[in-house]
Design a protein around this ligand. Structure first.
Ligand SMILES: Cc1cc2nc3c(=O)[nH]c(=O)nc-3n(C[C@H](O)[C@H](O)[C@H](O)COP(=O)(O)OP(=O)(O)OC[C@H]3O[C@@H](n4cnc5c(N)ncnc54)[C@H](O)[C@@H]3O)c2cc1C
Ligand code: SF4
Ligand code: SF4
Length: 1011
């Protein structure tokens, strides 16, 4: 397959758009690294960042560890990687390659390292060979993106870590990743055929199958260079340690601890003995060189699957059933226990999935059957039912044949980690021995032993995950902010590693060694293999520059390798993210953070899982999608904020221009993270609170005041229309707006309507008398609907009246919702408005009226933010009575009370992020469908406009880039007309660069469809 450095063939290596316009990491280089950073800058074409924020952003991954690197480089190609490695080595600085940084054991954390972020530019699919079922990739390609690219050829990369929507294939090779289907497909080492890697001396090693003692092999080893040294060393070590390899590497579907000395020499399909160093790169965690390209094997995609979930009254009985399940040609065997079900049942997001779980369930085993192994699912499940229910210990079974039913069961299974990590308080279920693996037939005894270890340490844990391959994700609940908790962690690990060895297992069967488990590798492999590991490391990396101290370490600087301290020692208790000296500020807050356990607790809920780097599904996080910058993820923001409240950065940093601009202002406040972040890190709320503090300390800019009080501006503008509209269109008015207020000249400000919604309604009055009505509602005249775009408001009134609802437009004592003020952090303003509205509307609510909103962000303001803003018990009553118009119609009216006769138009629906965050966004699409339209509801993120964000000159480019991502989804949709309830979304989509015409609000289409 193809030549080096070849341009990607199938998809661009760069993210959509050029990220450079959004480059925000602008701080000064940390003085210690000025020379290194400047030499890198001169040698590398990609960006080089050695400022404090960059260090903080790359100091953590998905693990319990934290250590600042020296800085980060974003290589654009192989030459950049080579140059970066050479410069780092010249400066005696260790090197750490990184993908999405979603690792769970700390293997993406490297104190003082030069981090090479391979995910930004080197993410191309270079070549696919459908015949040989192989793909050549760059390491930074995200697993799900690769899968998407391969859909057309009906192939996929088989290892399927749960993190596949953001984790890279390079990171998967680094960790030897796998997922729920390892029972069927094995793990990454089985699919890694070739690797090209830059070694610390700058040379490129092309690791591939080479027949031992062939001409090719002899030629390689005849040279006097690093490659020859590596081949000779590795071959010698494998031969010399044959017996130990046989004895020490357990027979498991998954074993990812240590180096793969057991897999590097083997017999190929042609019966020849080969050496393939790419197998050694798998699981090497960045310690043997920087992978710049890989060739991976692919498998065909089964067309259909079915699931059966077996319920047991006893966890150990469920474990005993695992080896039997494997006899039935299943493609996955997954475990969930009662703790997972309990948490799911108590949570808002997952309770519906827990409903079918029968009472008395202590554990459930989920079996998957695929169409490549079974042509009759019902017969296959009948056979397992007979075995497990009729003759075995299971007391019930749930069968799932449709995609929807299967998705629900998988959702429950995948909810385990987020549910556990969302636990309030400092004791948390931390990952450190969470992927130990034993042969399935030993699981039952292993679980009993594990329980004893937990009891000895006075703690507990949930049991779930990949039982079929012997891997259970057990996370003991500990407080790692105190010494006792940290010591317990070490002691538990010591005991569990003994237990695992007793049961012929591996300390890691999925997530790797990292800082958590490297310390214990000598225990697992014994002295001879441990020494062999050190020799492997030294052969590839004589000076131990590559991510030293991971997978393998040295006892002292005299031990193996160079005369320096790199890679000396390993102690899982060091470099902890928290630790006993960790302290964070718990500021007095304006908003109520009691539901989240306090402000700092909400910040600390970010565990680094990286889900906010996903680029396709859900809402979170639109700014990362457009920029591909870590600082623009929810994680990046939460990490930087945590640094500021925990003393990593000076406390006053929060008030710095840089913090405001890079960490806060680029968050569009879409609330996507509130629902999509598995632990619910609601950054929009954090941002509002911190902005509030900033205004208190530093004052408020004219623009913030203007946008935060947009209701007042609009009321004046509307009163003066059409003169105000004419003034906006005067030549040069855009430049004045830019100069004075920082408003993007490219944007047209909303036009003012001559007649407001309130005026219109007052002149016509209600058409359904209160006495004759089915229900009584107040329509809230939100700022945009009232002053700028009354048409959707009129449509809402007419629709509601068609459903025999008595409607009044709320007037008199009501104020604007305060959404704009809230977004700007003007929380006193927002609170005043909230209080005014509560006082004005509550009497109606108490009389049974509902309060309806055309504008989703205002509806959500009442439903969610008011509860945080007001210290008034009555606010919940108002929140419960508040609805988006479509939400109300769909919940109470559409199907029974209104007659529709919709055209056969196919509508594309883009929902509002704020409503998605509260899981209320589906109502509009449902109402449109009920009215008779065909609807394609987009799985779209933010539109990029986000209230005032898109109008702000400095955010214009980013706003347009986010809008472009939405526009692409619209273009791909089969719908012929786009509808969107958000006023901002309609402005953005209506831009000439996108749809070119302001879309309708769903209520306008519903009115159009009235019979
Ligand atoms: C919620 C959650 C669920 C997870 N589920 C699973 C699961 O089901 N199965 C599983 O296996 N893992 C799982 N993981 C762990 C992790 O996501 C996977 O191992 C993933 O494959 C890592 O990919 P990444 O791009 O994030 O790699 P990173 O974390 O960035 O890197 C992983 C390792 O590879 C090295 N590396 C990265 N790129 C290169 C390169 N170009 N050259 C050399 N070395 C490199 C790094 O130095 C590091 O040591 C999960 C993590 C989380 C947070
Ligand atoms: S913000 Fe949420 S999704 Fe992002 S890394 Fe943190 S916990 Fe994961
Ligand atoms: S509110 Fe939106 S933009 Fe801000 S961090 Fe959350 S998902 Fe990202």
């Amino acid at each position: 397959m193809g030549a080096e450095n070849q341009e990607p063939m199938v998809r661009p290596a760069d993210p959509p758009g050029d990220p450079s316009p959004f480059e925000r990491q602008s701080g000064e280089t940390v003085s210690e690294y000025v020379d290194l950073a400047s030499d890198l800058d001169e040698s590398v074409s990609g960006a080089v960042r050695f400022d404090e924020y960059a260090q903080i952003l790359y100091a953590t991954d998905g693990s319990i560890y934290q250590a600042r690197p020296a800085g980060v480089v974003y290589p654009k190609d192989i030459d950049d990687v080579r140059a970066a490695v050479e410069v780092a080595v010249d400066h005696e600085t260790p090197i750490l390659p990184r993908g999405a940084g979603s690792s769970l054991a700390g293997q993406t954390v490297g104190p003082g390292c030069v981090v090479l972020d391979m995910s930004r530019h080197m993410d191309g699919l270079l070549e696919v060979d459908a015949e040989t079922q192989q793909a050549r990739i760059q390491p930074g390609i995200v697993q799900d993106d690769l899968e998407d690219e391969l859909t057309d050829v009906g192939l996929k990369f088989a290892p399927d870590p749960a993190s596949s929507n953001r984790s890279t294939v390079g990171g998967g090779i680094g960790n030897n990743s796998t997922g729920a289907h390892s029972v069927r497909y094995g793990i990454t080492d089985a699919y890694t055929e070739e690797v090209k890697a830059i070694l610390p001396d700058g040379s490129l090693l092309h690791a591939r199958e080479i027949v031992l003692d062939s001409e090719e092999y002899d030629e390689i080893v005849s040279k006097d260079d690093r490659e020859a040294e590596i081949y000779e060393t590795v071959r010698g070590l494998v031969e010399d340690n044959e017996a130990e390899i046989e004895a020490r590497y357990p027979e498991l579907k998954r074993r990812v601890s240590g180096y793969n000395l057991d897999r590097v020499v083997y017999e190929n399909d042609g019966g020849e003995e080969v050496i393939n160093l790419s197998k050694l790169y798998v699981g090497s965690e960045g310690t043997l060189g920087v992978i710049v390209e890989a060739t991976v094997g692919l498998v065909t995609v089964p067309e259909e699957t079915a699931l059966a979930l077996y319920f047991f009254e006893d966890l150990v009985d469920a474990m005993k059933a695992v080896p039997e399940a494997l006899e039935f040609d299943v493609s996955a065997v997954e475990l969930m226990d009662d703790e997972v079900f309990r948490l799911a049942a108590e949570s808002d997001g997952y309770s519906e999935y827990a409903e079918p779980i029968p009472e008395g369930t202590a554990a459930a085993l989920m079996l998957e059957y695929d169409s490549e192994l079974h042509d009759d699912f019902e017969a296959a499940i009948e056979a397992t039912n007979a075995h497990f229910v009729e003759e075995g210990d299971a007391f019930d079974v749930l069968e799932a044949y449709t995609d929807g039913d299967q998705k629900d069961i998988w959702s429950l299974r995948k909810a385990a980690i987020p549910l556990l990590m969302g636990l309030q308080g400092d004791p948390k279920p931390y990952p450190f021995i969470e992927d130990a693996t034993v042969p399935p037939e030993e699981l039952a005894e292993y679980v009993v032993g594990f329980e004893e270890v937990l009891e000895d340490h006075d703690t507990s844990a949930a049991y779930f995950a990949h039982a079929g391959s012997g891997t259970l994700h057990i996370r003991p609940i500990l407080n790692l902010k105190d010494e006792e908790g940290i010591e317990k962690m070490h002691s538990i690990t010591d005991d569990v590693t003994d237990l695992v060895l007793k049961h012929h297992g591996a300390f890691s069967g999925e997530h790797g060694d990292g800082m958590a488990r490297t310390e214990f590798n000598p225990k697992m492999y014994g002295e001879d293999l441990w020494n062999a590991f050190k020799q492997v490391k030294t052969a590839f990396d004589p000076e131990w520059f590559m991510h030293p101290g991971n997978v393998v370490y040295r006892d002292s600087s005299e031990d193996f390798g160079p005369d320096n301290h790199r890679g000396v020692g390993a102690d899982m208790r060091e470099n902890l993210r928290y630790g006993s000296s960790y302290q964070s500020l718990e500021p007095q807050t304006k908003l109520d953070f009691s539901d989240e356990g306090g402000f700092s607790h909400l910040v600390e809920l970010c565990n680094g899982c990286g889900t906010c780097r996903q680029t396709d599904e859900n809402t979170m996080c639109p700014t990362f999608r457009a920029s591909r910058e870590e600082v623009q993820t929810t994680r990046g923001r939460a990490n930087t904020l945590r640094a500021a409240i925990s003393g990593e950065l000076p406390e006053e940093e929060i008030y710095s221009d840089r913090f405001q601009k890079e960490v806060l202002d680029l968050c569009v406040g879409c609330k996507g993270c509130k629902s999509d972040c598995p632990t619910g890190v609601d950054f929009a709320k954090l941002k509002a609170e911190v902005k509030y503090k900033y205004h208190e300390e530093e004052g408020t800019s004219l623009r913030s005041k203007l946008f935060g009080n947009v209701d007042r501006v609009n009321s004046i503008g509307s009163a003066l229309a059409p003169v105000s509209n004419w003034a906006q269109s005067l030549p040069g008015s855009d430049l004045i707006a830019e100069k004075v207020l920082g408003i993007a000249p490219e944007r047209d400000l909303p036009k003012f309507s001559n007649e407001t919604l309130v005026d219109w309604f007052e002149s016509r009055g209600p058409k359904v008398a209160e006495a004759d009505a089915e229900d009584t509602v107040l329509l809230f005249p939100d700022t945009y609907t009232n002053y700028n775009y009354p048409e959707p408001g009129k449509a809402a009134v007419e629709l509601l009246e068609a459903a025999n609802v008595h409607v009044r437009v709320a007037v008199g004592e009501v104020a604007a919702s305060g959404r704009a003020a809230f977004s700007m952090g003007l929380l006193d303003e927002a609170e005043r408005r909230a209080q005014t509205n509560l006082d004005a509307l509550l009497p109606y609510v108490e009389d049974g009226w509902s309060v309806l909103f055309v504008e989703p962000s205002d509806a959500v303001m009442f439903q969610d933010e008011y509860v945080d803003l007001l210290d008034d018990d009555r606010v919940q009553d108002l929140a419960v009575a508040a609805y988006g118009v479509c939400e109300y119609l769909n919940t109470y009216r559409v199907t029974d009370d209104i007659e529709f006769d919709a055209s056969d138009e196919y509508l594309t629906y883009h929902g509002h992020c704020n409503q998605k965050a509260l899981n209320r966004d589906h109502h509009a699409a449902a109402a449109l469908s009920a009215a008779g339209y065909e609807v394609d509801a987009l799985d779209s993120s933010c539109c990029g406009m986000a209230g005032s964000f898109g109008y702000e000159a400095e955010h214009y480019e980013l706003s347009k880039a986010i809008g472009e991502i939405l526009h692409e989804k619209v273009e791909e949709s089969p719908g012929s007309e786009i509808v969107a309830p958000g006023a901002s979304c309609r402005s953005q989509l209506g831009d000439d660069d996108f749809v070119g015409e302001r879309p309708a609000h769903p209520v306008e289409k519903l009115r159009e469809a009235l019979a």
